[in-house]
Design a protein around this ligand. Structure first.
Ligand code: SAH
Ligand code: SF4
Length: 461
């Protein structure tokens, strides 16, 4: 979500005529878009901000703008005002669209501008985004979160849940498709609780005839996915994130019948212990979670799964941590994001008395990562010999002579390609030209090796 906000900030600046520079030293404006989900992110922000002070004092043209989730917390704003008073613009998560106005005012009036809103004005303020990738796009379908997991700051920084109207989402994706986008990632903190109200009663009526709309005329997430699948040009649909408590049988059926919906799900489990899940306010237990996994795998053979896990939630015992290890062994995730529990001021869990000592958290974390990684490697090795269709993203980050792409199951594949197949008028193309030509296309790749975080392969031409 933050990444998409950054794309929109870049989009607004482009419209104003600004260009992105590769080296921050050349920038006349620097914008720090912050995350607040763990303390580490907060620390990195203040560290980076401190480094900008000198230039800010010396160069009157240079502007520092800060935004994102951290700015929605009063104690952070107070700290910036006290220790970093030279920051030029501060805005929050609910008023990104105000950035051009704030920027103009700050430049004209030569004074600091701070504007933080408590809530979003409407669900219609989508902005032009400068996409990170040409052929895949992030699309907000909803904002905020109502779940209040006891460890999490997001409901406080992103506000209450608000779904965009289905027509607005579809219109945005139709435009993206016309602009060459082949893959969309639908974004929401809990997409399974998407409830879109149709703007046009005719669309609602049509949807009802197709058997989609619930009694109260609300478009569900499954319905939205099926409507998006009807858009020409869009070939892959993904979503993030999906909360297990609201994962419906309807969505499992949607996976089964909608070819364009990628066979991959990120389903954060957080813990394998029922007592910890309850204290986290996750509102499912391990049995319900495993039942969803079973149903998904039955309906969608080969579906890949990833998850988020928190280690060292207050009061977590060794046995409860082992329940998490057991959950990982049972589900056998393709990959997992593992986090050390981090105290977030303002959340209920921050006040729980039984915080876990850092060394215990780290020791458990290392055991968990070892298990997760060994399963990822085994799963990836099982791909060797298979041919996978990948959407090419460009050159690989590590080896500039290979290309990178993602499979339907979201596996990263770094692959080689035989340049002789790209002879043009008898002359071999450069690798640059080949990479440019293939980026954004689908290619068959034969998998030759599996690593912990990626696959390796060679293009089938
Ligand atoms: N809405 C998503 C999660 C968004 S935050 C969901 O519910 O699935 C992404 C992940 O950060 C969470 O799944 C959780 O694993 C982790 N996280 C959130 N707050 C945290 C905290 N205080 N300490 C450690 N990890 C945290
Ligand atoms: Fe945070 Fe829970 Fe909302 Fe996810 S569902 S954003 S973890 S409160």
């Amino acid at each position: 979500m933050n990444e998409h906000d950054s794309e929109m900030i870049a989009g607004m600046l482009s419209e104003l005529g600004y260009v992105q520079v590769p080296d921050r030293k050349e920038a006349s404006i620097e914008i720090l878009n912050t995350c607040s989900v763990r303390e580490n992110a907060d620390k990195r922000f203040f560290g980076t901000l401190g480094q900008l002070k000198r230039r800010s004092k010396e160069d009157p043209e240079y502007m520092v703008c800060v935004c994102g989730c951290m700015m929605q917390q009063q104690h952070i704003i107070d700290r910036i005002k006290e220790k970093y008073p030279w920051v030029d613009i501060i805005f929050g998560t609910h008023n990104i669209h105000r950035f051009p106005t704030l920027l103009g005012n700050a430049i004209r009036e030569k004074e600091q501008k701070i504007e933080i809103w408590d809530a979003r004005e409407s669900s219609e303020q989508e902005l032009p985004a400068k996409r990170l990738y040409e052929n895949k796009a992030l699309v907000n379908i909803m904002y905020g979160c109502n779940n209040f997991c006891t460890y999490c700051i997001v409901p406080y920084t992103r506000g209450r849940e608000m779904s965009r109207a289905p027509e607005d989402v579809l219109e945005e994706i139709e435009k993206l498709a016309a602009d060459g986008v082949r893959e969309v990632m639908l974004l929401g903190q809990n997409v399974n609780s998407y409830k879109g109200e149709f703007k046009n009663p005719g669309n609602q009526q049509k949807a009802r005839l197709e058997g989609f709309v619930e009694e109260d005329g609300i478009c569900t997430f499954s319905h939205l996915v099926r409507l998006i699948a009807g858009i020409d040009g869009i070939e892959r649909i993904r979503f993030m994130t999906s909360h297990p408590k609201d994962l419906s049988d309807e969505l499992i059926e949607t996976f089964r019948v909608t070819d364009k919906l990628c066979k991959n799900i990120h389903l954060p489990v957080q813990s394998g212990s029922d007592r910890v899940l309850k204290k986290m306010n996750r509102r499912y237990d391990s049995a319900r979670y495993l039942d969803i996994v079973r149903k998904l795998r039955e309906a969608v053979p080969g579906i890949t799964m990833s998850t988020d896990i928190i280690v060292g939630f207050p009061g977590e015992t060794e046995e409860e941590f082992e329940d998490t290890l057991e959950m990982v062994r049972k589900v056998r995730y393709d990959s997992a994001f593992t986090f050390l529990y981090s105290i977030r001021t303002g959340t209920p869990a921050a006040t729980y008395p039984d915080q876990i000592p850092e060394d215990v958290k780290h020791e458990r974390f290392n055991r968990l990562v070892e298990l997760v990684d060994s399963i990822s490697l085994e799963k990836n090795l099982a791909y060797v010999g298979r041919t996978e269709k990948v959407l090419v993203e460009g050159r690989s980050k590590r080896n500039r002579n290979t290309l990178a792409g993602r499979t339907d199951g979201f596996k990263l594949v770094n692959f080689t390609i035989d340049p002789s197949a790209f002879m043009e008028k008898g002359e071999a193309c450069s690798f640059d030209e080949i990479a440019e030509k293939l980026t954004g296309t689908f290619m068959d790749v034969r998998i030759t090796n599996g690593k912990t975080f990626s696959l390796e392969g060679e293009a089938v031409l």
